[in-house]
Write a protein that binds this ligand. Structure first.
Ligand code: DX5
Ligand code: ZN
Length: 219
């Protein structure tokens, strides 16, 4: 399966969000990644369901919603309402991961679990059979434009081996500091979905950058 590119609109220009998103889709992006930050779980506030709703109204692209918030069960229905196709919650932010994952699935959409760089992957083992996606954070969440943490490669390998050994089908997504310099290697070690914020929307030519990233990832 070729890798999926999921540009994060955190790095887009909101004065012309539609144009930015459309350019990235023209360049081959199959998913759009939406970063929701509450200023509590992460030290930054981004945007809420309104922006997801906006993208959903001008595009039928797959909406990949990454919740970096507490009280997820309270907000999941709101993100479903505005068109989320997949919702990921952080293992570090939820007291009952199984309940939250089942809640997401009860709406007939895909579910994901996100994991911070400092959290042991073994903490995910029990939930892996239930999720469609694991979001491997390759930066500490909260901000775009941070430096990629190199130990991510080993973590991707561990997850890839785990899913093969147990016959599981979850996808592995990498989030943070992804760009031309690491896209290929990430896919080589087992990544299926690459999130890229500043690399795509900070590029002088968004469409070209998206297509370059995908070409590299799938080379
Ligand atoms: C980090 C977010 C990322 C971020 C990626 O908290 O979850 O999705 O926007 O941005 P870049 O690609 O600029 O590191
Ligand atoms: Zn994200």
């Amino acid at each position: 399966m070729p890798a999926i590119l999921a540009p994060s609109i955190l790095a887009a220009n909101y004065a012309h969000l539609q144009q930015d998103v459309e350019q990235s889709i023209k360049g081959g992006a199959q998913w759009i990644h939406c970063d929701i930050m509450d200023g509590h779980f992460v030290p930054n506030i981004s945007y809420g369901p309104m922006i997801v709703d906006t993208v959903n109204k001008f595009s039928d692209v797959f909406l990949d919603v990454h919740l970096m918030i507490y009280n997820v069960d309270q907000y999941i229905p709101e993100f479903v309402k505005v068109g989320a196709d997949l919702i990921s919650v952080h293992i570090e932010a939820v007291p009952h991961i199984h309940r939250s994952v089942q809640l997401i699935k009860s709406f007939g959409i895909q579910s994901g679990v996100a994991v911070n760089p400092g959290t042991s992957l073994t903490q995910l083992e029990a939930i892996l059979p239930d999720v469609d996606l694991v979001v491997v954070m390759s930066v500490n969440p909260g901000f775009g434009g941070q430096k990629f943490i190199e130990s991510t490669y080993e973590r991707v390998k561990w997850l890839d081996e785990f899913r093969k050994k147990h016959g599981l089908a979850f996808k592995i997504e990498i989030d943070g500091g992804v760009g031309l310099q690491n896209a290929k290697q990430l896919v080589t070690v087992g990544a299926d979905v690459l999130v890229a914020g500043s690399s795509v929307y900070g590029a002088p030519n968004i469409e070209l950058r998206a297509s370059e990233l995908l070409a590299l990832a799938n080379s």
